[in-house]
Design a protein around this ligand. Structure first.
Ligand SMILES: *[C@@H]1O[C@H](CO)[C@@H](O)[C@H](O)[C@H]1NC(C)=O
Ligand SMILES: *[C@@H]1O[C@H](CO)[C@@H](O)[C@H](O)[C@H]1NC(C)=O
Ligand SMILES: *[C@@H]1O[C@H](CO)[C@@H](O)[C@H](O)[C@H]1NC(C)=O
Ligand SMILES: *[C@@H]1O[C@H](CO)[C@@H](O)[C@H](O)[C@H]1NC(C)=O
Ligand SMILES: *[C@@H]1O[C@H](CO)[C@@H](O)[C@H](O)[C@H]1NC(C)=O
Ligand SMILES: [Fe+2]
Length: 406
């Protein structure tokens, strides 16, 4: 097929420092094991419930606005609603602020969720450390985060890419530990989808959404994870009366989609430091005239490359994939959107889904019109680099077999 693929090695963690993307950031040489592909048992240390009656658990944050001055804080109280208030203050500041959130619950087959809180904090100062507290009485818990610098062209920032498809095996735990121990400290995680793998259990056992939330809290409570929906978030199970796709995911993980004019949490954008990040939805309609299509059609011309020189797309299913696993699944999206990615000079497209690592050269395949025979990808300096980083450690294991020669 003439595509030159740079197949490096299987990794499960990548640090993208936008100060030196000139050499494509740094790809960790970490290769995860494939020997512990069983989920951690329910009594594992990483799933421990925090002490105290109705103590907040599964605390996680994400960006809460378009510019990086907002944070959405989310957590679960197991026994009763408690308070949806977040108390927060800048480091060394004597005045504390309060933000009021909302609380949700949902049922899934015979599972009833705890009380899921989401609270948006806005108008924070850039580049500042904040402490925050959730819970009431003697079961409050305190965490912190650092806001990004003001959006602008020359603002260094470090994104971590914990491979999507994380799951909750001991390998998933190793992946997260590896990310935490990386000497280049990631400041925000771009998460390329497939979170808990609860759907791998009988009746989509939603307790595995709770364990996943407790497992990832140790990182996600302190730095934003930018969420992308994967196929394991769909949880569509008509055989057990669950007809509404994405029910657990949309109750548990909120994103600031309205801030970018999106009408759905599955596609949205944020600016962070010198980067413009567009999250796309592989599992929501994206054909011509769909809401996602119309949104992106308006969105791409809005990106000001003087302000945010880096334009990154995050999507679960890769548009280019030479592994046998999920081969060609991203082809429909590629046919529709690749020409825009080239036209608007997207720098990098990150995807997960395929449990492996792969990085393309700058190639495009947009000249083909069915009759002209131009169906071979060509080298194209306006094209993005496509990076698949889909092996966080889930129970399905690694893939190594290629569909194409490599
Ligand atoms: C919380 O405070 C109450 C009343 O002061 C006390 O009875 C209870 O044991 C405390 N719980 C914890 C976990 O400290
Ligand atoms: C806060 O106080 C600590 C200790 O006094 C100091 O090291 C730090 O620089 C201060 N931070 C800010 C933002 O003023
Ligand atoms: C839900 O149903 C399954 C299958 O019947 C059962 O094993 C499980 O204990 C039930 N859980 C609850 C919370 O009732
Ligand atoms: C997960 O990793 C942490 C270290 O980062 C370790 O303390 C903990 O015991 C591990 N738990 C399991 C179940 O692997
Ligand atoms: C793009 O961003 C630059 C730098 O922030 C600003 O000076 C310029 O006005 C912006 N252009 C548009 C069209 O908004
Ligand atoms: Fe997937």
């Amino acid at each position: 097929m003439g595509v030159k693929w740079v197949c490096v090695f299987l990794v499960a963690g990548l640090i993208l420092s936008i100060a030196d993307l000139g050499n494509c950031g740094r790809t960790s040489s970490y290769v995860r094991n494939d020997d512990l592909a069983h989920d951690m048992s329910l009594d594992s240390d990483v799933f421990r419930v925090p002490p105290g009656y109705n103590a907040p658990q599964q605390v996680h944050i994400t960006q809460g606005d378009h510019e990086g001055r907002g944070v959405i804080v989310s957590w679960v109280t197991p026994d009763k609603p408690g308070s949806s208030t977040v108390l927060y203050w800048a480091e060394n500041s004597s005045s504390k602020n309060i933000a009021e959130g909302i609380v949700l619950t949902y049922k899934y087959f015979n599972y009833t969720s705890g009380f899921i809180h989401h609270c948006t904090i806005s108008d924070l100062e850039f580049d500042t450390k904040y402490y925050y507290e959730v819970g009431t009485g003697n079961t409050t818990r305190q965490f912190w985060f650092v806001t990004p610098p003001k959006v602008g062209p020359d603002v260094p920032y470090v994104f971590g890419l914990i491979a999507g498809d994380l799951g909750q095996t001991r390998d998933s735990n190793r992946t997260l530990t590896h990310y935490e121990l990386n000497p280049t400290k990631g400041q925000t995680v771009l998460f390329v989808g497939d979170l808990s793998y609860a759907d791998a259990y009988p009746f989509h056992d939603n307790r595995r959404w709770d364990t996943w939330g407790r497992f990832t809290e140790r990182n996600a409570a302190y730095q934003p994870w930018i969420w992308t929906a994967g196929n394991h978030e769909i949880d569509f199970a008509p055989q057990i009366g669950e007809f509404r796709p994405f029910k657990p995911y949309t109750h548990r993980y909120h994103v600031p989609y309205r801030a970018s004019g999106s009408t759905s949490p599955f596609w949205y954008s944020i600016k962070r430091a010198s980067t413009y990040i567009i999250v796309m939805a592989s599992y929501s309609a994206f054909g011509k005239y769909t809401p996602q299509y119309k949104w992106l059609e308006k969105e791409l011309p809005r990106v000001n490359r003087t302000e945010t020189p880096w334009l990154i797309v995050v999507v679960h299913c890769p548009l280019y994939n030479s592994y046998a696993h999920h081969y060609m699944e991203g082809e429909t999206m590629r046919v529709i959107y690749e020409k825009w990615f080239v036209e608007f000079k997207v720098d990098v497209v990150f995807a997960g889904h395929v449990h492996a690592y792969e990085r393309s050269e700058r190639v495009s395949n947009i000249a083909y019109n069915v009759v002209n025979g131009l169906c071979t990808p060509i080298s194209d300096q306006s094209a993005p680099v496509y990076i698949t980083i889909g092996d966080g450690g889930n129970l399905e294991g690694l893939v190594t077999e290629y569909a194409l020669f490599c």
